[in-house]
Design a protein around this ligand. Structure first.
Ligand code: ADP
Length: 213
């Protein structure tokens, strides 16, 4: 089974794809995480990627397709993926479809997490994460100070692209380049829109029942 978790930045794609990966034994592919790994490698390519991400722009389709191609090559015909943050352009969606077809595979479900712009800006501008345990917190709703987080404040960090300025650009990029994919997947007949404003468990419950239907 292959699933795409779709939505604007901050819609909750990462959280829901982690839950899907765990509960349905899927391998999570987050292009954002793969790109951040490349940045941490401090390669020339990493520097280019960092620059684009921090401007709120997309990385080129060629780079993304190379990343995905490498993962597919290593899969040994075991395709059970949940894609988080990919595809993000029509070209990426078309190439994904073609590549899956080569392996006799397809996308079974696309879950579109719907969240309005104001909520997105609020969520992302408050987002922080712990560099030690990798947990994500939010100053507005889920403060690391009021939770059981034990690593200590010195590990808390903000992603460089999580400032209000960059988030506004990322949202515009989403509307212009990524949101048109909704039509693509409606036509492919596998899009399910779920409100991303409900609780994490409620959203996951809805996704699970759609899969099991
Ligand atoms: P979010 O979904 O919250 O924006 P991600 O971690 O998925 O965060 O992505 C961070 C950034 O990485 C994006 O703003 C974009 O610049 C880049 N990126 C991630 N995935 C893709 C992709 N499939 N195509 C192009 N750029 C991407």
């Amino acid at each position: 089974m292959n699933i795409i978790i779709f939505g604007a930045p901050g819609a909750g794609k990462g959280t829901q794809s982690d839950l899907l990966a765990k509960n349905f034994s899927l391998k999570k592919i987050s292009t954002g995480d793969l790109l951040r790994e490349e940045i941490n490698n401090k390669s020339d390519l990493g520097k280019k990627i960092k620059d684009l991400i921090e401007k709120g722009q997309l990385v080129s389709d060629e780079i993304i397709i190379d990343l995905i191609e490498n993962i597919f090559k290593d899969q040994n015909k075991n395709f059970n993926f949940v894609f988080d943050g990919f595809p993000r352009t029509l070209k990426q969606a078309e190439i994904l479809e073609k590549k899956l077809k080569n392996y006799n595979e397809k996308i079974d479900f696309v879950f579109n997490l719907e969240v309005n712009r104001d909520e997105i800006i609020k969520r992302i501008s408050g987002r922080i994460f712990c560099t030690k345990c990798n947990k994500i917190f939010n100053n507005h709703f889920n403060s690391p100070l009021s939770s059981e987080h034990k690593c200590g404040d010195s590990y808390l960090k903000k992603r460089a692209d999580d400032t209000v300025e960059v988030v506004e650009k990322r949202y515009d990029t989403y509307i212009k380049q990524t949101a048109p994919l909704i039509k693509f997947y409606i036509e492919a007949n596998n899009l399910h829109t779920v409100s991303g404003l409900s609780s994490i468990n409620e959203i996951f419950g809805q996704i699970t029942s759609l899969i099991k239907q």
